[in-house]
Design a protein around this ligand. Sequence first.
Ligand code: GRF
Length: 228
Amino acid sequence: MDRRPLAPGNNEVQAARAAARETGALDPLKIGVLISGSGTNLQAIIDRIADGSLNAEIVLVVSSRPSAAGLKRAADAGIQTLALSKDIYADPWDADEVIATELKRAGAEYIVMAGYMRKVHEPLLALWPDRVVNIHPALLPSFQGAHGIQDAYERGVKVTGVTVHFANAVYDQGPIIAQEPVRVEEGMTLDELETAIHAVEHQLYPHVVKLLAEGRVHVNDDRTVSIS
Ligand code: GRF
C-alpha cells in the first residue's frame, strides 16, 4: 500500500519558512487553534500577534464545547470560530473529518491544541503530519493525562513545568519541542502552583509558535526535535 503522506510534514514546511526568512519574505504563519475551555493560552497567542511580536494569523478557532469561554475571546479578536456540540463526537473520527475540512478551508498550516480535551485522530494527523502541537502542564513524560498539575503536586515533586510537543496518535508522547521548569516552593498551595504553571504556559506557547513561524523547528530521524 502506498503510505506517502497526504501533505508536507513539519520539516518541509519549516525549511521553506527558514528560506523565506532569509530573504525577508515571510508570510504570517496560519494556525488553527483547538480549545475546550477558558482559552487563556489562546488569548496569550492573540495578544502576541496583536502586539506585533508574533508573525502568525489565527485562521480558525475550533471548540469542542459550545460554552467554552475561549470562543468569546476569539470572537472579540475578530477570529472565525467553529463550535462543535457533544453529539458530533459520538464518532471521534467523523468529528475530526469535519474539523479537518474546516481547517483546510481556512488554510491552517499548523494546528495548535490549547486546552483541547479531545484526542486528535488520523483525519487530522495525516493532513498535518508533525504539524499538530499541544501544550501539557507538566514535564513530559512525567504526569501525562488530564490532571498533570495536580498529579505532580500530590506526588510532592520539587520541580514540575510545562511541555510543548507535537501531538501524535499516542497521547502526550509526540516529539518534545520545548520545556520550561517550574519550582514547587515550600508551602505552595495547589492553586498557587496552577497559577505559576499557567503563567509559564502563556510565555512558552507563543514562543514555540514564533519558532514555528520562523522555520526553526526540525524533527530529527530519532524523533527528537532540534531548534535552530
Ligand atoms: C492548560 O493548562 C493546558 O496546559 C492544558 O489545559 C489548560 C488549558 O487552559 N492542556 P486554557 O483553556 O488555555 O486557559
